[in-house]
Write a protein that binds this ligand. Structure first.
Ligand code: PMV
Length: 310
């Protein structure tokens, strides 16, 4: 008898609008991208990731997924279209794909359950997380996160006093070019930096509100399929994030270089490093300029499916 095998995949993500401001209750838009993380799981005598035995000191996401799903020892193999530490959600994608693979042992799973369990794993491993990454990797396509429920609500999640209502968002097909600065930057210190600024400055609080307005404008442009207007919202969002202090010279350099060939461009995610994203209909040129400025380019389609069996 052959051993059972579970194969799943989940997409990476970019935050298109609203990062950081979402921490203060403003809306944010996140999109799944056509770069995927594939996971292969099969029973084994010991748990391992890509052939390396799991211990209490390595691969905390994989260990936490196996513990959460009450799993017997498993051999987990991964392969990814995008690098970890690039701000494209690799830890969320591996968590979501692995939770779905392990849930698949008992039959069909529901997106909402996978999203909830993956969020709990991220909280456990990171200490403090928002469900944006795990929800995007689970649902795919695009999501809108707000503190209040509205049309197309997918699920709600809460942690301490924070609540996130995750909605499906209809988005036009777009080509995004991502530029990884090559420098990983943890999100936590950037969130803490913004909090210090927001706590002491009404100007920073105004910037946060302004990001919320720009995000809603971008959502309206998406609904109208107006990529030029959406690009303008993204570029404005980048300027506001830079004022909040979460850009970096590398990110500013890549964004500036992409703008002549794009509808708009901005940093994506926590900032301080990580990646930027450009919305364009000239991906080859944008790839070229990102490379010429020392970044690592990735062309990504949108409106891609979330977690699925392979
Ligand atoms: O760094 P990322 O891609 O996981 O994005 C974090 C988004 C923030 O708004 C900066 C933080 C948060 O918890 O929402």
């Amino acid at each position: 008898m052959t051993a059972p095998i579970w194969n799943t995949s989940a997409p990476g993500k970019v935050i298109l609008l609203g990062e950081h401001a979402v921490v203060y209750g403003q809306p944010a838009v996140s999109m799944a991208i056509g770069l995927r993380m594939r996971v292969h799981v099969e029973p084994s005598t010991m748990s391992s990731l890509n052939g390396v035995q799991l211990t209490s000191h390595n691969y905390s996401y994989v260990s936490a997924c196996l513990a959460k799903m009450g799993s017997a020892p498993m051999s987990v193999m991964t392969s990814s279209d995008f690098p970890s530490g690039s701000g494209l959600g690799s830890s969320a994608a591996v968590t979501v794909a692995l939770i779905a693979a392990l849930a698949g042992r008992y039959g069909p799973w529901k997106e909402a359950e996978v999203a909830q369990q993956a969020f709990e794993v991220e909280c456990e491993v990171q200490g403090r997380a928002s469900p944006i990454d795990t929800s995007t990797c689970t649902h795919g396509r695009a999501i809108l996160v707000r503190p209040e429920p509205g049309e197309d609500l997918l699920w709600q999640m809460s942690l301490d006093s924070r609540r996130w209502c995750v909605h499906h968002l209809d988005a036009p097909d777009m080509t995004l070019v991502i530029g990884f600065t090559g420098r990983s930057a943890p999100t936590g210190p950037m969130v803490a930096k913004v909090k210090r600024y927001v706590d002491r400055s009404s100007f920073a609080r105004d910037m946060v509100e302004e990001i919320g307005q720009v995000t809603l404008e971008g959502v309206r442009s998406m609904a109208e399929g107006d990529l030029e207007a959406l690009g303008r919202s993204m570029s404005m969002n980048h300027k506001l994030l830079a004022i909040l202090g979460v850009s970096s010279p590398e990110l500013d350099r890549l964004v500036k270089a992409c703008l002549p060939h794009s509808y708009g461009a901005k940093l994506t995610g926590g900032g301080g490093g990580g990646s930027m994203v450009a919305l364009t209909d000239r991906p080859d040129q944008v790839v070229e300029v990102i490379r010429s400025k020392g970044g690592q380019p990735f062309v990504a389609s949108t409106n891609v499916p979330g977690v699925k069996e392979e």
